[in-house]
Design a protein around this ligand. Structure first.
Ligand code: ARG
Length: 472
């Protein structure tokens, strides 16, 4: 039975079941790098402030470096008797250098230590997400640019509504992902605050220097309240909320990709490398990747819900319940990172069936609004024009034809304002290109939207922290 670092007050060893039940090491061990980084900063600060000697600090820092290397090689045994990664590393330090190692935890508690580790971890994750979202946004802009001349039916209520550019549809997702990126950046600002030094909940009696630690760990701010520092988890909740919204956007896109690749739609084809087959039906090529993106959205929502429920009834300050905060955050981060990476690769590989889209764009009376607008331009009040075109549509349904198939004589039986110029007016390309209102689908507008997005991407690229770029 390994002796606990907090054993002093106890007569009996911990029950084995309790040990297993309370341990978090099997999932918080992934924080080991951050834990060492935080301990090194803390130790140097203690020396700077004269709380421990510089010799002691050097010995501790050096050994922490060795422990880190050994952890990386899997040479440090981690098991539930060590409870969590913080205890495991501190215990290893004491095993290696004895009493001096026992000085590291001066003016610190695991409560502020774990808060620091999670903030360091999330800072990395958030920066990676923002960088990957940048790539994803670029992928959308490129896809839109390459398909600027593709017209498709735009939908409302899943019914053909009006023709739009595929590029316009794609740029709608660009806008969603741009806002998602803003949400993650915003969350990063609030995460990027140093909690270490708050100790158990009340601060410390030692003459520490939290500003020093903050500078060392590149935190622009120090927490203002020690109780808040060890008990609050709102930055994690914010992260899970931003992730839930992001996955909701992904899921809508996934739904469209699935739908559009059915034989009924045939708008697109997802490349073989991103599809899987069936174990029984030899003909099948299934869109499992978007299906799983849609499916994984559920677990990300669940993680947000878990965190909100976890924290809602907790009195201040730290309670052990908070140990349960990590798995939802890790799972969310893993899911979001993997999803963005895959989506950025999948998107360029989508083959667009432009002729099918174009054919469908004119079907289902998608030009009816334009026909009404035509009459309005001839002086007919819109409400009346709407009614007249409704009658034309009814006539076409009976005759089994589209609006464009009607002759001028037929149109004229509904209103005398119809004239020869109605036909060029009803050309699909011109119908699209006339929608020049701000944010509209006209080629001129979408071209500008693409240029603005490119400019936005160039500007935000400069702000991306190269130090935090994901390792390839
Ligand atoms: N493993 C713990 C957690 O994740 C670390 C903090 C433990 N603090 C305590 N007072 N028992 O929350």
């Amino acid at each position: 039975m390994a002796e606990k670092l907090w054993q002093g007050r106890f007569d009996q060893p911990t029950n084995k079941l309790v040990e297993e039940y309370t341990a978090s090491i099997h999932y918080d061990s992934r924080l080991y790098r951050y834990d060492v980084e935080g301990s090194v900063a803390h130790c140097r600060m203690l020396a700077e402030c004269g709380i421990i000697s510089h010799e002691e600090a050097s010995r501790i820092v050096e050994t922490l470096g060795e422990i880190l290397r050994d952890l990386e090689r899997g040479h440090v045994a981690l098991d539930s008797s060590q409870e969590d990664i913080h205890m495991a590393i501190e215990k290893e330090l004491i095993t290696r250098i004895g009493e001096t190692g026992g000085k590291l935890h001066t003016a610190r508690s695991r409560n502020d230590q774990v808060a620091l580790d999670m903030r360091l971890y999330m800072r990395d994750v958030l920066s990676q997400i923002v960088i990957l979202l940048h790539e994803l946004r670029e992928a959308f802009v490129s896809k839109a640019e390459a398909n600027l001349d593709v017209i498709m039916p735009g939908f409302t209520h899943m019914q053909h509504a009006q023709p739009v550019l595929l590029a316009h549809h794609l740029m709608a997702y660009y806008e969603m992902f741009r806002r998602d990126s803003d949400r993650f950046s915003d969350c990063l600002t609030r995460t990027n605050v140093l909690p270490l030094g708050s100790a158990a909940l009340a601060g410390t009696t030692f003459p520490t220097d939290m500003e020093w630690t903050a500078r060392y760990l590149r935190f622009p701010k120090v927490v203002a309240n020690s109780i808040d520092a060890v008990s609050d988890r709102d930055y994690m909740i914010e992260f899970c909320a931003a992730s839930a919204i992001f996955m909701m956007h992904v899921s809508r896109l996934a739904e469209e990709l699935i739908l559009w690749s059915t034989s009924e739609f045939s708008f697109i084809e997802i490349s073989d490398a991103f599809c899987t087959g069936s174990s029984i039906m030899p003909q099948k090529k299934n869109p499992d990747v978007p299906e799983l993106m849609r499916g994984k959205t559920g677990r990300v929502y669940g993680n947000l819900s878990a965190l909100l429920t976890l924290t809602k009834g907790l009195p201040l300050a730290y309670n052990r319940d908070l140990q349960e905060d990590k798995e939802p955050v890790f799972d969310t981060a893993d899911t979001v990172l993997a999803t963005i990476r895959l989506l950025s690769k999948l998107l360029p590989e989508i083959k667009v069936h432009r002729e099918v889209m174009a054919r469908m764009a004119g079907q289902g009376f998608t030009l009816a609004t334009d026909l009404a607008d035509y009459l309005v331009r001839k002086g007919v009040p819109f409400r009346k024009a709407h009614y007249i075109v409704g009658q034309v549509v009814q006539h076409c349904i009976q005759e089994g034809k589209e609006l464009g198939d009607c002759s001028l004589e037929e149109f004229r039986t509904f209103h005398k304002a119809f004239d020869e110029d109605v036909f060029p007016y009803l050309q699909i390309q011109s119908v699209v290109d006339q929608r020049t209102s701000v944010g509209g689908t006209a080629t001129s507008r979408v071209t500008r939207a693409i240029a603005a997005a490119r400019e936005d991407l160039r500007a935000s690229e400069k702000l991306l922290n190269p130090e935090l770029r994901p390792k390839k």
